[in-house]
Design a protein around this ligand. Structure first.
Ligand code: ANZ
Length: 841
């Protein structure tokens, strides 16, 4: 009882907090201002790990801070409990995915409670509950109705290990699956997509609103992922073909330099063009296509790889000069970018030049990159070229495409224009002739949401025998997953649901028989709107309540890993905009501010079982208690930085907490004390912390606040031991402030301190006191007195001294008088309270 024992303190407060439902927002008066603070919800695969301990410590600091500032804080928690890890683990152990999932949830929940995170537990949700995924199905049908959910056949990323498709976002830059690590291959399948590309411009343009409150790196990643290019669309006639061949180009100014065309070998366009050619060409093409399909996207985009391709024996006509251009198929052109075909301008595009050199195709320079774009165009004579004064424009000879600006040449009516003006003029020309127009293209693809796995939301669509599609009537939602009994979940390339014979059979509203859709939804659908479900998680009649959304959303602070910088944040932004357009919500961005915590490392590297350097959260919690762990996370440095667990000291954190806790038991003055008297130096330090803490905390400088707390506790100790003693009112004032600020980092210790200080309410709502500005001023400052630029005296003066008074004191100084001597004073500049400058003639 008499000394600090965090385990005893935790055991004392946990049941009390639970019983008092301390952090449920429902009971808080509506008149209070609101904050919605959210951590990215966890995946229930095993117990919490040190990464959770870090992220949730930060989120909780923010939540607790705003409560202390008088806000009604919504800080909910749930589980992202559908998905592959759960399913794979379940297959491995031969148990139902739901059993495995909900056992893990129970374990994580217990850990969160032990960790003292201030969640509103009444709002807990699990995305794998039918009560939740009901509304994924509603969302799907809402998008379907608006034409934003559609089915199409295309080449998709196929993970041969997990035997399911992956979104582009789930394929790592090296072409492997983010989940299984397998090399992803292309497979042609009919799948469901959400039309996120309709929102590309808004997803890009609205990033501006987030500048300053989102990590700039995340904004840049989103921008690149959407990847908007501006340029033109040009339509080429194809000999012997009705339809035109459109291409997207960022360089319409170079159209006179096009010398051949290239289409993606795996595009419908290539297949169609080759269909009318000779058997030899078709054979060569088929062989080439096979070779291409064995390579990964990454290999295809590797610019250093030698160019490959086949001539299709077809010809296009350049719409501006009527030239015949041979059409090739080559894998450096991608089927799903732009129109899947390009006009090749080898003089000014390196990939085209490499191809032209490899297959000996003509190259025509159309921009004189030696000609400056300002001033007169110099006349280049053959003599000048011969004398080597002007480097020759010979990309085919040098192997280097000409990228620079200059004057257009060999371009008929465009000759003499700069690159930019040439682009504008060419677009005008194309529009006049009706063969092209200004256009934009995006890297962003539509969001592929079908998954051939069991543990996800069933897609609420019925397939009639005639192939027509019909939404499952809303009255039949939620469409629940069937029992796993007798169902083989092992990945085999088709959905396990397809084998649930009885479940698959359905009837259309008009009585015709139909089959259910056997696929489930990507779990990123679940997390694209879950923050709205927290507002009324138990409402069986609707996904979320627009009135509650108007009150609480958007999220004021979102905390989570940078691994979600693209996928999750982009999808949530997209769905938010859709719901805004449908009139359900009144905001267009879901997360006003985002904080990405760094990683918890061990000896400089990522922790993992295989490396044998795994620090288990539960072990640390047993050893040090929740508060020391949380304080260590806060004290380790800026939250965005990585923490090396080998470099930090939870023991040191414990020692600090023990010192603060002991002081709370030594104070002898009563809680009713009016904050007037007491040791002035201690009061000043206390109020300085009160003045600085809000700004520091709002800038996430948690470590600085902890350091300041440590200083203040040292000063209190000194004031008790070798100053006015524990009865001094300044000691009580100081330790109360310590308890309130410590409550953000170490809630158990703070709660116990508060009780020892004589209070019966929770410290979590005690409130930050206002700093008294009169206490912040220093008692004395040093004024420097200079004569002709030399320091002649230093005077201790009041910080509130006025200029006249300070000048009088300066002139009265003996040293100053001696320095002036009998010289005449020319000028006196006084900057009270710090400087007096006297200049003599
Ligand atoms: C002619 C040209 C001339 C081009 C020139 C560039 C330079 P970004 O900026 O990435 O959007 N392109 C168009 N569709 C393509 C596809 N499906 N696969 C591969 N390349 C494709 O790049 C746009 C440029 O990439 C386009 O402009 C086109 O080549 C090529 F001096 O057209 B350009």
């Amino acid at each position: 009882e008499n000394d600090y024992d965090i385990h005893r303190i935790q055991a004392k407060w946990l049941p009390r907090w639970e019983e008092s439902k301390l952090f449920e927002v429902a009971g808080v008066p509506d008149s209070k201002p609101r904050k919605y603070i959210l951590d990215m919800f966890p995946y229930p695969s095993g117990d919490l790990h040190m990464g959770h301990a870090e992220a949730f410590a930060y989120g909780d600091i923010v939540a607790r801070y705003w409560r202390q500032q008088g806000f009604n804080v919504l800080h909910p928690i749930g589980w992202d409990s559908f998905g592959l890890p759960a399913e794979n683990a379940a297959i491995k152990r031969g148990v139902d995915p739901s059993k495995w999932t909900y056992e893990n949830i129970a374990q994580q929940k217990a850990s969160f409670i032990r960790y003292g995170v201030s969640f509103d537990w009444s709002r807990e949700l699990h995305t794998s509950d039918p009560e939740y995924y009901h509304w994924n199905q509603w969302l799907f049908l809402t998008l379907y109705e608006k034409g934003l959910a559609y089915r199409k056949a295309s080449y998709v990323n196929w993970d041969p290990v997990d035997q399911t498709v992956l979104a582009n976002e789930q394929v790592l830059p090296d072409g492997t699956s983010e989940r299984s690590g397998a090399v992803v291959v292309k497979k042609k399948l009919t799948q469901w997509y959400f039309k996120i590309t309709d929102y590309a411009d808004r997803l890009l343009d609205d990033l501006k609103q987030l500048e300053g409150s989102w990590p700039s790196k995340v904004i840049a990643m989103q921008r690149n992922w959407i990847g908007r290019s501006t340029g033109a669309e040009v339509e080429f006639e194809v000999e012997g073909r009705e339809a035109k061949l459109p291409v997207f180009t960022t360089r319409p100014d170079t159209l006179f330099g096009a010398t051949f065309m290239v289409v993606a070998p795996d595009s419908d366009l290539a297949a169609e063009l080759v269909a009318d050619t000779s058997p030899e060409v078709q054979k060569a093409f088929a062989a080439y296509l096979e070779q291409v399909q064995r390579s990964t996207e990454i290999e295809r985009q590797d610019a250093s790889r030698e160019k490959t391709g086949v001539f299709l024996d077809r010809w296009a006509i350049n719409p501006v000069n009527g030239e015949r251009l041979p059409i090739w198929a080559a894998d450096y052109v991608l089927a799903d970018y732009g129109h899947g075909g390009i006009m090749a301008v080898p003089a000014h595009d390196q990939r085209d030049l490499d191809f032209a050199i490899r297959f000996d195709l003509p190259v025509r320079v159309v921009i004189d990159t030696n000609a400056p774009v300002t001033g007169a165009i110099p006349v280049i004579t053959p003599e000048m070229l011969e004398a080597g004064e002007i480097p020759a424009l010979d990309p085919k000879g040098t192997g280097e495409a000409l990228h620079g600006d200059g004057r257009l040449i060999n371009s008929g009516p465009l000759d003499g224009l700069s690159k930019t003006n040439g682009q504008l003029r060419m677009i005008e020309l194309l529009e006049q002739k009706g063969v092209g127009r200004a256009a934009k293209t995006y890297r962003l693809r539509d969001w592929l949401i079908s998954r051939q796995r069991f543990w996800g939301t069933p897609i609420p669509i019925l397939h009639a025998e005639d192939g027509s599609l019909h939404p499952v009537p809303e009255s039949e939602l939620p469409l629940r997953l069937p029992s796993t009994e007798g169902l083989d979940l092992k990945p085999k390339g088709t959905s396990p649901l397809g084998a649930a014979t009885e479940w698959m059979q359905a009837t259309l509203p008009d009585g015709r028989p139909a089959r259910r859709d056997p696929d489930t939804m990507d779990t990123f659908v679940d997390s694209s709107w879950y923050f709205l479900r927290f507002l009324n998680p138990n409402d069986p009649t609707k996904a979320f309540d627009p009135a509650e959304a108007a009150k609480w959303a958007p999220i004021d602070q979102y905390v989570g890993g940078v691994e979600h910088a693209i996928l999750h944040l982009l999808y949530a932004r997209f769905i938010t905009k859709v719901l805004f357009d449908l009139g359900y919500i009144d905001f267009t961005e879901p997360f006003t501010a985002v904080l990405n915590q760094g990683m918890v490392l061990m000896d400089g590297s990522k922790m993992s079982k295989s490396k044998g350097n795994l620090v288990e959260f539960a072990d640390e919690l047993d050893a040090h208690g929740a508060d020391a762990l949380r304080l260590t996370m806060a004290f380790a440095g800026p939250p965005e930085d990585d923490i090396d667990w080998g470099d930090v000291s939870p023991t040191g954190a414990s020692k600090f907490l023990a010192r603060a806790w002991r002081i709370s038991g030594e104070v002898t003055s009563k809680p009713t004390v009016a904050w007037k008297g007491g040791d002035r130096a201690l009061r000043r330090a206390t109020h300085q912390l009160l003045a600085d803490a809000p700004g520091l905390l709002e800038a996430f400088k948690f470590n600085v606040v902890v350091a300041r707390l440590m200083e203040l506790v040292n000063l209190i100790r000194k004031t008790i031991d070798s100053g006015p003693g524990a009865g001094d009112p300044a000691v009580r004032e100081a330790i109360e402030v310590v308890a309130v600020v410590v409550s953000l980092f170490a809630p158990f210790t703070a709660e116990d301190m508060w009780e020892r200080l004589g209070y019966t309410d929770s410290v979590a709502f005690a409130g930050f006191r206002k700093a008294d500005p009169t206490l912040l001023v220093e008692d004395q400052v040093t004024a420097i007195i200079q004569v002709d630029g030399k320091v002649r005296d230093r005077l201790e003066v009041s910080p509130l001294i006025d200029s006249g008074e300070l000048e009088k004191l300066a002139r009265a100084s003996e040293n100053v008088a001696r320095a002036i001597g009998d010289k005449e004073i020319a000028n006196v500049i006084v900057r009270a309270p710090r400087v007096v400058n006297i200049a003599t003639k």
